[in-house]
Design a protein around this ligand. Structure first.
Ligand SMILES: C[S@@+](CC[C@H](N)C(=O)[O-])C[C@H]1O[C@@H](n2cnc3c(N)ncnc32)[C@H](O)[C@@H]1O
Length: 228
């Protein structure tokens, strides 16, 4: 992956072209691994309840942004059941965002932002979020774009109890990033991502590896992040 503005547009077009060929379904969102859906959602819910516990009597967690949210799998099965009463989805695919209306099937789904992650103007929406959830799409950001995206996501948090959550594939050890030329992504080690969080001015409040996924898959790590 190349850094820079022109190349980031080329990268976005390549990623969009890849995703335009994928099915607007749970299986499509999970790259043909639809069988991990239940385990993924249960793991995410346990993580969310740990890092963002509901206070006594609190039922409403506020507003969430589901980044790279596709058809709204995370919105429908995690964010809305967990108590976010307004959720916005950001994705590069207008087809997935169209599908999200019926798939999510709830008025609590508010805005559907069709944009690349790098190109998304958080501040321009005039909104703030209690949780910015970023799952299985940060692999589409080159390093500088990753740092910029997470810095801007953190600036869009509503208050000091709000979090950015990244749930992403990772490499074990401190191995060099692995590019995938099929979908124009790059998978990084946990250490590499932590160095990028540092550059973005973010602190890792808690991190945890998803349990119960097949051993042949990449480890998947969830990070709860706040501005330093
Ligand atoms: C592996 S799917 C994950 C979908 C969702 N987060 C989930 O867990 O069900 C990756 C998603 O990222 C979106 N995507 C890929 N590159 C992107 C980019 N540069 N900007 C925004 N979205 C992107 C795809 O359209 C797709 O919906």
């Amino acid at each position: 992956m190349e850094e820079g503005r022109g190349s980031s547009e080329d990268l976005l077009q390549a990623q969009k072209a890849y995703w335009d060929e994928q099915q607007p379904s749970v299986d499509g969102m999970l790259g043909g691994l639809g069988f991990v859906h239940d385990t993924d959602i249960a793991g995410s819910r346990a993580f969310l309840d740990k890092v963002m516990p509901l206070r006594e009597g609190q039922q409403d967690r506020g507003r969430a942004l589901d980044c790279g949210g596709g058809i709204g799998r995370v919105t429908k099965h995690l964010l809305l059941p967990a108590g976010f009463t307004s959720v916005d989805i950001l994705d590069v695919s207008s087809d997935f965002l169209d599908k999200a209306v019926d798939y999510v099937g709830s008025d609590a789904l508010k805005n559907r932002f069709c944009s690349g992650l790098s190109q998304f103007d958080f501040a321009g929406t005039g909104l703030k979020w209690n949780c910015v959830w970023v799952q299985w799409c940060a692999i589409y950001l080159a390093d500088d774009a990753f740092v910029d995206f997470f810095r801007r996501a953190a600036a869009a948090l509503a208050d000091e109890n709000s979090l950015v959550v990244l749930k992403e594939n990772a490499l074990r050890g401190d191995r060099p990033p692995e590019p995938d030329h099929d979908d124009s992504s790059v998978t990084r080690s946990d250490s590499h991502m932590r160095r990028l969080f540092e550059r973005a001015g973010l602190r890792v409040v808690h991190a945890e590896e998803q349990k119960g996924f097949p051993a042949e898959l990449y480890p998947v790590i969830s990070y709860a992040l706040v501005p330093r």
